[in-house]
Design a protein around this ligand. Structure first.
Ligand code: ADP
Ligand code: ZN
Length: 623
């Protein structure tokens, strides 16, 4: 059964309790989307599957029922850093939470076990491999368990990119604890994964709550790759000075180079990839989480379980493998709901490189076919002249009514689309007449009639296609060529180092039977136009009751850094950016006023209330 995201029905008593807990513990005034339905369903003892995008608010879906039900909620989570930060945040909010994983000493672990048996814990985060040990399963058998929450549930999927073999073993939960509610959560929405999760975790009869996967605060933008490093530097300098961001690259060597280049350009950047020494990797990750304004340059080894709410941009310098991967990686931007950018530089070399990686992989033919299909879908997203958000959500099966989302590059500055029939014919016949053995550069040289060494060597200046393409410049030809590859009318041969060959569909194009529409190579002014569009207006429109006081804002951030340092937790565990913004704009003069700001629950008020009010007063007195 699929339960769409809809407005909640009338409120029974348990829901009232849920709402008051939401307010007193988390300092939030209302549920988001289907959170309330989910909380109520689990609190009443039901199982379910929850599909919600990153930043959608999955944690509350199991944290609240754990508090509402008798016993301790057991949360299975694959990443230690994520567990640690979630637990730190819960303890800050006054919840009895703990972790059980390999970082604990024997003594610390025994202590947690004792607290669990004594009924002293509301929430316990456990690594899957730990949970599956006979010792741990026995322990759980003796304890009062409120529920099992299986976070990042897509890790059970063997087809997915985050497969974790130990997740398969979690099927034991349904067998050993049939009476304990199970809730599986993921931000991966495709049908195949959903089915696999339901089967493996015995949730085929349970309702599936599907939230909208839209992330309205993320602006999608895909630019033609020229000199991607310079493009990236300009993007950061013009739009994200001082912001935290993630830059994804495909290889370790490139990660190092890009991090060094950004550092040279005065941007505080740190590398992260699986080849780095473990302690350096951990240190870089900690600095990214705890300090303001750090850019991490990383391979895909970085990111899962990165819960940092104020990542302002995610940039891709290389094409990911699939829309799923693109969506998951870009989804790490803007968890806090504030305007954020997903920016990617993309070119023909990306398609060639990804195709080659698939061809050279030792996967089965079936696996390669699936991989190519996924790559094609992503290339389609990169090439579309229409709304990217619509296309992205459509891929996940979500229909979007509005044609124009107003927050992607194509909607903000629609690209020019031209009739490319003749251009395509010239390109294809050039590839054909030169023997389908050459890459993009040479084909373009022939078309524009450039006498290069290669042209002379092969006598290509004698061909009828030599110089027939002088109406376009090199950049325009490059864009046209890339699009023909993306449409499948030309194929970049992985084995022959990018030699461009004709395909089944080429003949019809050559005969003029296929309509070809090409988006014109973007002028650099287009990027500037996107940059300037509504950025300011949008920022001003973010919720604020009054004008933000910059001095107070800075003082609050400095105070937060100090508290985070003292307590050894990330700054956002102390207070979220949105809470800091709320205080800096409303300037509360009393504890009661402070309590009304989202993110300030009872415990935070008790711990920090006086200090925060004092800060507000002191800053007001100074100005
Ligand atoms: P997910 O696990 O789905 O990525 P989280 O549970 O970490 O998302 O929540 C993302 C952000 O949204 C957090 O900052 C959280 O405090 C906030 N949030 C969640 N639910 C609500 C709500 N009902 N009202 C306001 N903020 C919320
Ligand atoms: Zn759009």
């Amino acid at each position: 059964m699929i339960v769409p995201d809809s407005s909640p029905a009338p409120t029974p008593a348990s829901a009232v309790n849920a709402l008051s807990l939401l307010n007193s513990v988390f300092g939030l005034s209302s549920f988001r989307g289907s959170q309330e339905q989910i909380v109520r369903h689990i609190a009443a003892g039901g199982n379910c599957l929850v599909l919600m995008p990153t930043g959608g608010g999955k944690s509350l879906c199991y944290q609240l029922p754990s508090l509402l039900r008798k016993g301790c909620g057991i949360v299975v989570s694959p990443l230690i850093a994520l567990m640690r930060d979630q637990v730190a945040g819960l303890i800050e909010a006054g919840v009895n939470a703990a972790v059980l994983n390999s970082t604990l000493s024997f003594q610390e672990a025994s202590d947690v076990e004792r607290r669990l048996l004594a009924g002293d814990l509301d929430l316990l985060y456990v690594a899957p491999e730990r949970l599956l040990t006979p010792r741990c399963l026995n322990l759980l058998g003796q304890a009062d368990i409120a529920l099992f929450a299986i976070d990042e549930a897509h890790c059970v999927s063997q087809w997915g990119h985050d497969f974790r073999p130990e997740y398969i073993g979690l099927s034991v939960l349904a067998e050993r604890f049939p009476e304990v509610p199970r809730i599986a959560l993921t931000a991966t929405a495709d049908e195949l994964t959903r089915k696999e999760i339901a089967e493996r975790l015995s949730l085929t009869d349970a309702p599936c709550f599907v939230a909208s996967f839209d992330r309205p605060n993320i602006r999608y933008e895909i630019v033609d790759k020229q000199n991607s490093l310079n493009q990236l530097k300009a993007f950061i300098a013009e739009r994200h000075t001082g912001d935290a961001g993630i830059v994804y690259c495909l290889s370790r060597a490139k990660v190092e180079d890009v991090a060094a280049a950004l550092t040279d350009a005065g941007i505080p950047a740190l590398p992260y990839h699986a080849g780095l020494d473990a302690s350096l990797r951990a240190r870089n990750q900690d600095r990214f989480l705890n300090e303001d304004g750090i850019v991490v340059v990383a391979t895909i080894a970085f990111g899962m379980g990165i819960d940092k709410p104020n990542v302002r941009f995610v940039a891709h310098l290389d094409l990911p493998k699939s829309i799923e991967a693109y969506y998951q990686e870009t989804g790490r931007a803007g968890r806090d709901g504030k305007p954020s950018d997903a920016w990617m530089a993309y070119g023909l070399s990306d398609i060639v490189q990804q195709r080659r990686m698939i061809d050279e992989s030792n996967g089965s033919e079936a696996f390669k076919r699936v991989s190519i299909g996924k790559l094609d879908a992503l290339v389609g997203l990169a090439e579309t002249a229409h709304c990217r958000r619509r296309r992205l959500l459509g891929y996940f099966g979500e229909a979007v009514e509005a044609e124009n989302c107003g927050n992607c590059d194509n909607c903000l500055v629609p690209p020019k689309v031209i009739d490319g029939k003749v251009i395509a014919q010239k390109l294809l016949s050039c590839a054909y007449r030169t023997g389908q053995r050459f890459g993009a550069m040479h084909l373009i040289d022939v078309l524009v009639g450039r006498m290069t060494e290669k042209v002379t060597q092969f006598g290509h200046d004698k061909l009828s296609v030599f110089g027939v393409g002088r109406e376009l410049n090199e950049k325009q030809w490059r864009a046209a060529l890339r699009q023909l590859v993306a449409m499948g009318h030309l194929r970049a041969d992985g084995e022959a180092y990018g030699a461009l060959k004709l395909t089944e569909s080429s003949r019809a194009v050559l005969k003029g039977e296929t309509d070809i529409w090409l988006r014109e190579a973007a002028a650099s002014t287009r990027n500037r136009a996107i940059r300037s569009k509504s950025r300011r207006g949008e920022l001003a429109a973010t919720p604020a009751n009054g004008a933000t006081d910059p001095a107070l804002h800075a003082a609050l951030k400095a105070w937060r850094s100090e508290i985070a340092r003292q307590r050894g937790v990330p700054a956002y565990v102390v207070l979220h950016d949105s809470t800091i913004d709320g205080i800096a704009s409303t300037k509360p003069a009393s504890l009661a006023a402070l309590r009304g700001i989202p993110g300030i629950g009872d415990k935070k008020l008790e711990h920090y209330g006086e200090e925060l009010i004092a800060l507000v007063r002191a800053t007001a007195a100074e100005s």
